[in-house]
Design a protein around this ligand. Structure first.
Ligand code: ADP
Length: 177
């Protein structure tokens, strides 16, 4: 599924983000940039050791922020590492921190003149954020960036499994754009 936002594109895809050919793919990192499971493990496995070497030099990233490295042997030339919030019931500023992860990732993409970015569903794996609530925050943040900035021109959510894809599709269709 895809929709136009001004002259830009927001797309939902089912798949594995490590196979994306976007200019940058976004990683669900932890604040130590130390690598982990889920998307993080998959990206480091597929992209090779140079990504971790760069992460070590950067040292860390607070929740809601983002940093950028090269893409190693991935198709994507860059990896944007962002740290989403751990879900603690919804009263600990999770929505604002999640929106901030998307916003800061997109700002970094724009600053580096990147045309296309692929996001996974940040925080909805090990960090436990409920899918539909995360989808609403994610797409609102992306749509607002796309409507106010020149770059990136294309944002794709690469969703791992029908459950995540269906949740994002349902939320996007319900947004009345
Ligand atoms: P977090 O720690 O931010 O919750 P995870 O990496 O544990 O991040 O999970 C985030 C989401 O990414 C989950 O919905 C998970 O199913 C999904 N996911 C896991 N592997 C991949 C992959 N290779 N490509 C895209 N999405 C993935």
């Amino acid at each position: 599924m895809q929709i136009a936002i001004k002259n830009k594109i927001l797309r939902l895809e089912l798949g594995d983000i490590t196979e994306s050919a976007a200019d940058a793919i976004v990683n669900t990192a932890n604040s130590a940039l130390a690598g982990g499971g889920g998307v993080d493990g998959a990206i480091h496995r597929a992209g090779g050791p140079s990504i971790m070497e760069e992460c070590r030099k950067i040292g860390g990233c607070p929740t809601g922020s983002a940093v950028i490295t090269g893409g190693g042997s991935l198709y994507a030339k860059h990896v944007i590492h962002t740290v989403g919030p751990v879900w603690r019931g919804g009263g600990k500023n999770e929505a604002e921190l999640l929106a901030s992860s998307y916003r800061n990732s997109l700002k970094l993409a724009s600053k580096h003149n990147l045309r296309s970015v692929a996001f996974p569903s940040i925080s909805t794996g090990a960090y436990g954020y409920p899918l539909e609530e995360a989808a609403a925050v994610a797409m609102k943040a992306v749509i607002s960036h796309l409507s106010e900035n020149e770059l990136p021109e294309e944002v794709t959510f690469v969703l791992f499994g029908e459950k995540a894809f269906n949740a994002y599709e349902k939320v996007l269709k319900g947004m009345n754009l």
